[in-house]
Ligand binder design. Structure first.
Ligand code: ADP
Ligand code: ZN
Length: 216
């Protein structure tokens, strides 16, 4: 399947992508993960992106398109792909429309995960992430704490709060989402590619996606 996952920070795009990957091997492509990797490795890209990310601002479109041109041309995308956190702006969506035919792909749909802002704030401020870049397991201090406080169940590395998950940065990210990314819902609706789902549980979202794909 070839999908865009739309939705605010904390809507569950990453979790849904991981479940969908299990189903048919479609690769999860998260621009956020790629950027965090670049920052960690202090690559040229990482150096350019770091300050924007810390502040909860979007990274400039040309840097993002550079990443995606390279990524979508890789052979593993033949199995399908799940775009998680991209596109984030109308110019990115337009650039993707031009890029896809060049790399021989066509989108099945754009799935919008709907979650109320209050619930997003609640999820994000309590979210914790495994600091091991190979693992990145996600926890929640209220609903899914690690068995041993502050230690990853899977790999034993410290579980931390991301730099951009302080209350101030989160609030900024949600505002940026409303302003820059929410208009994409209409963009894909006009193209007849939108599937809107209320994202109460990731399993529910996955089932709705499966039903829709079987219909078409
Ligand atoms: P979120 O949890 O906010 O969805 P991500 O992991 O997707 O976070 O992204 C983290 C940060 O990386 C964003 O706040 C932004 O600075 C940057 N980023 C990720 N994807 C994009 C994109 N498509 N366009 C611009 N900036 C991006
Ligand atoms: Zn871990």
């Amino acid at each position: 399947m070839k999908l865009i996952l739309l939705g605010a920070p904390g809507a569950g795009k990453g979790t849904v992508a991981k479940i969908l990957h299990q189903i048919d091997g479609s690769v999860q492509i998260s621009t956020g993960d790629i950027l965090r990797g670049a920052v960690r490795d202090s690559t040229e890209l990482g150096k350019k992106a770091e300050a924007f990310m810390k502040a909860g601002d979007l990274v400039p479109d040309d840097l993002i398109m550079g990443i995606m041109e390279e990524r979508l041309a890789k052979p593993d995308c033949e199995k399908g792909f799940l775009l998680d956190g991209f596109p984030r702006t109308i110019p990115q969506a337009e650039a993707l429309d031009e890029l896809l035919p060049k790399v021989g792909h066509k989108l099945d749909m754009a799935v919008n995960l709907n979650v109320p802002r209050e619930e997003l704030l609640n999820r994000l401020t309590t979210r914790r992430t495994c600091s091991n870049p190979e693992c990145q397991a996600i926890y929640n201090i209220k609903s899914k704490p690690p068995k041993k406080e502050g230690i990853c169940d899977i790999c034993g590395s410290p579980v931390i709060q991301r730099d951009d998950e302080t209350e101030e940065a989160i609030s900024k990210r949600l505002d940026t989402y409303e302003e820059k990314t929410a208009p994409l819902v209409d963009y894909y609706k006009k193209k007849g590619l939108l599937l809107n789902v209320t994202a109460t549980s990731s399993e529910g979202v996955v089932n709705t996606i499966k039903e829709r794909l079987n219909q078409s």
